[in-house]
Ligand binder design. Structure first.
Ligand code: NAD
Ligand code: UDP
Length: 327
């Protein structure tokens, strides 16, 4: 016969425990915004990071929060925690950083994904992979839908990242088919905003920092190559919507802003918005630099009811404000 519950037990049974969410790469640019968003949502957050490209400063303001834990750890080593959800954002994202130690980039993408997938298998957690538009390589199909298999150089200077992320997607789907792990795969297109590091090396932070310092804006190649830039808060909403999406929906799903711009035009816009008198200086185009990139986001619109809302000019103003304030 079941014993009647004491008052304390009854209260504990009705008190909902917050869901426990692991954010790997949580001290990075995207990860730190995601940690904030999840705390606002009532979750308990474990931020796992090795601080290789992220910074403790990105999450310093969260350390006093009772539902926030910071765990220094390299995802290339296994870890054991009881969690309900896992976001895998651990990986250098800027070409400058991921090409500095390409072997570590591949290790992080592949071994890191495997260890987190094993954790998801053991704990029954949902797991989301921060994949990338780089899986499309230098695309011949434009804009890029999820059904496009891509055109990636498997031996080039970008392949540690591109192939690492492609292998991680493959691991996610094999863990799903073989072990029933509940997966979500987001293909993230170029995202920018506050908390990018000044030495990150990606184009938006480079141009803004250069313009504010009055140094030449370094346009690689002719500047006719295109990208489509998504503001960070829009992207984070997309990740959260994907994690909460219907059980049967795995993705991969594109998350990004389809508003496409040439890199030359972006330099002009940054000069105008900063009021900088800096000049533009052309530098050699790095190997395998994709000529064009724009997400087809119809799947995200249909499945997640998600679309980006912040126009490039508004997002650039906010980002310029951040870099001005941080000196
Ligand atoms: P970021 O470099 O700011 O963040 C990556 C974080 O992962 C950093 O905090 C870094 O210290 C951490 N990290 C790296 N290797 C690790 C390891 N072995 N163990 C533990 N932590 C490790 O970059 P970001 O822009 O915030 O990107 C986050 C994720 O989103 C990455 O996986 C990236 O590939 C993906 N992504 C980002 C973009 C973008 O435009 N921002 C586009 C496509 C995909
Ligand atoms: N780029 C540039 N100047 C810079 C940094 C980047 O012209 O100082 C170019 C780069 O060659 C690429 C585009 O801007 O064509 C986007 O580069 P980023 O490194 O931001 O991202 P990714 O190439 O991974 O999309």
């Amino acid at each position: 016969m079941t014993e009647p519950l004491s008052t304390d037990d009854a209260q504990a049974a009705t008190r909902a425990e917050p869901r426990r969410v692991l954010v790997a790469g949580g001290a990075g640019f995207l990860g730190s915004h995601l940690c904030e968003r999840l705390l606002d949502d009532g979750a308990s957050v474990v931020c796992v990071d090795d601080f290789s490209t992220g910074a403790r400063g990105n999450v310093a303001h969260l350390l006093a929060h009772s539902r926030f834990d910071l765990l220094p750890h390299d995802v290339c080593k296994p870890l054991d925690l009881a969690v309900d959800e896992i976001y895998n954002l651990a990986c250098p994202a800027s070409p400058v950083h991921y090409q500095r130690d390409p072997l570590q980039t591949t290790r992080t993408s592949v071994l890191g994904a495997m260890h987190l997938l094993e954790l998801a298998r053991r704990s029954g957690a949902r797991i989301l992979q921060a994949s990338t538009s780089e899986v499309y390589g230098d695309p011949e199909v434009h804009p890029q839908p999820e059904g496009y298999w891509g055109r990636v150089n498997p031996i080039g200077i970008r392949s540690c990242y591109d192939e690492g992320k492609r292998c991680a997607e493959s691991l996610f789907f094999d863990y799903h088919r073989q072990h029933g792990v509940r997966i979500k795969v987001a293909r993230i297109f170029n995202t920018y905003g506050p908390r990018m590091q000044p030495d990150d090396g990606r184009v938006v932070s480079n141009f803004i920092v250069q313009a504010l310092r009055g140094e030449p804006l370094t346009v690689y190649g002719s500047g006719t190559q295109t990208r489509s830039f998504c503001y960070v808060s829009d992207l984070v909403e997309g990740l959260v919507a994907l994690m909460a999406s219907a059980e049967g929906f795995t993705g991969p799903v594109n998350l990004g802003n389809p508003d496409e711009i040439t890199i030359g035009a972006l330099a002009g816009q940054v000069l105008r918005l900063t009021g900088s008198g800096a000049v533009i200086e052309h530098r050699p185009l790095p190997g395998d630099d994709p000529a064009q990139r724009r997400p087809d986001i119809r799947l995200a619109e249909q499945q997640l009811g998600w679309a980006p809302r912040i126009p490039l000019e508004d997002g650039l103003r906010k980002t310029i404000g951040f870099f001005r304030a941080s000196g």
